[in-house]
Ligand binder design. Structure first.
Ligand code: GDP
Ligand code: MG
Length: 440
């Protein structure tokens, strides 16, 4: 997303209203970011339509460029679609308030049941009873009792031979007699949505009249999560979503998909296997994750202040020709050093998260940059322009000259090759390079 969007930011410097062309150019890149974030295709489409209808014709405020304006509209629309505020579990009913947990097998229902019960009890002072309606796997009921003991929440005693509805009724009765505020019903799942599962869950719902029906969904299932959400919401009706395994999902697309398809709030997110790994949902955080975007406005400002336009243009020109030698790398490193490390710069660039990882793997943090510049300085101009000359003996000399190890020289050359490849790739698509695009 970065270089393209930066190029767009660069090009759209006119003032006035956003044209359809401005918006479409930016949206092409936004669409790519959404798809990369594993947002369901139908949601990508409806989302970009929504942004387009808002953005075209919007007045561009004085202090930003049209490109920044589109990005802001995208970001705001995303946050809004994800849901504005933290949406707590609704317990506003006569106790014991039943909460029904539904979802596919392995989505994290049992774990989330215990996490939520613990939170309601410890943070909100509610007396909670948990019951497992999972009659298919005897171990499932055991699992909930074990978790209950672990978090100090009561579980319904296990009685063999009852079906889900019978257990649910018994749980409600026990909760009433025991003076519980909340009774959480953990249902059985299936590996896929099937009729038997839906019938059972619908039946339990009809019999218990839960105040909340929480769909537990695994963020890692991406596109499938949408079908699951639609099936459960259509058949059973859900009141909210608990998104699990957010800890393993760097992309955040499932949250947007689930929310857009069901229109139901994401109430909580699971962030690990431990019982305290449960968080409120923060739309802005997920929006940033989806767009891979830091504070784009501050990036543009910072970069514009620092980057020497002429140098950037020269590098861009070389890049366009597919040429990027060690002198160019030294110039780039110098620029980056001024900005405060490539990590800092890339952290602010949309879509750069992945690249940032590569770069830190290549050890290109702020601290090591001056060291790398020193190594390049120890080369002859001829070597800088033609890194292929650098065989073992020359590397040894350069290492000695810059006080580095030969491995460091090798690592630098490897980084250079990666950068050169990257530059070539970028150069092929665009007229101007990524940094050049930011330098207006
Ligand atoms: P159920 O079949 O829907 O009841 O799923 P479980 O609650 O038994 O969870 C299945 C597995 O997922 C267990 O190993 C859990 O520890 C794990 N799990 C649940 N939620 C999370 C989460 O938010 N993050 C991670 N990393 N693992 C989770
Ligand atoms: Mg379970």
């Amino acid at each position: 997303l970065s270089e393209k969007l930066s190029g767009i930011l660069d090009k759209l410097t006119r003032r006035g209203a956003l044209t359809e062309e401005d918006v479409n150019a930016a949206l092409r890149e936004v669409r790519r970011a959404l798809i990369e974030a594993d947002v369901a295709l139908e949601v990508v489409r409806s989302f970009t339509d929504k942004v387009r209808s808002r953005a075209v014709g919007a007045e561009v405020v004085k202090s930003v460029t049209p490109g920044q304006m589109v990005v802001k509209i995208v970001h705001d629309t995303l946050v809004e679609t994800l849901g504005s505020d933290a949406d707590p579990i609704n317990l506003d009913a006569v106790p014991p308030v039943p909460i029904l947990m539904v979802g596919l097998q392995g989505s994290g229902k049992t774990t989330s049941t215990a996490k939520i019960a613990r939170r309601l009890q410890d943070r909100q002072g509610r007396k909670v009873l948990m019951a497992s309606l999972d009659t298919r796997r005897p171990a499932a009921m055991e699992q909930l009792s074990v978790l209950g003991q672990q978090v100090g929440v009561a579980t319904l005693p296990i009685v063999a031979g009852q079906n889900a509805v019978q257990i649910a009724r018994r749980a409600l009765e026990a909760a009433r007699l025991g003076g519980f505020d909340v009774v959480m019903l953990d249902t059985a799942g299936r590996t896929t949505v099937d009729e038997a599962l839906m019938t059972e869950v619908a039946e339990v719902k009809a019999q218990t009249q839960p105040h909340e029906v929480l769909l537990v969904a695994d963020a890692l299932t991406g596109q499938d999560a949408v079908n699951t959400a639609r099936a459960f919401d259509g058949r059973v009706g859900v009141t909210g979503i608990v998104l699990t395994r957010v800890d393993g999902d760097g992309r955040g697309g499932a949250a947007l998909s689930m929310r857009a398809v069901t229109g139901k709030p994401i109430k909580l997110v699971g962030t690990g296997e431990k019982m305290d790994a449960l968080d409120e949902f923060h739309p802005a955080r997920i929006a940033n994750r989806i767009l891979g975007m830091g504070d784009i406005v501050s990036l543009v400002e910072k970069a514009a202040q620092t980057i020497d336009q002429e140098k950037a243009a020269r590098i861009a020109e070389k890049m366009r020709k597919g040429k990027f030698d060690l002198e160019d790398m030294r110039d780039q490193l110098g620029q980056v050093e001024k900005i405060g490390g490539i990590g800092g710069l890339m952290g602010m660039m949309p879509g750069m998260a992945k690249l940032k990882d590569q770069v830190s793997a290549a050890n290109l943090s702020g601290k090591t940059i001056s060291r790398q510049i020193a190594i390049i300085n120890s080369m002859t101009p001829k070597e800088r322009r033609n890194p292929d000359l650098l065989k073992a003996s020359r590397k040894k000399r350069i290492a000695a000259g810059s006080g580095a190890k030969v491995e460091e020289v090798n690592r630098l050359l490897k980084t250079h090759r990666q950068m050169a490849d990257m530059m070539k790739m970028m150069g092929q698509g665009g007229k101007r390079g990524p940094l050049a695009g930011l330098a207006n």
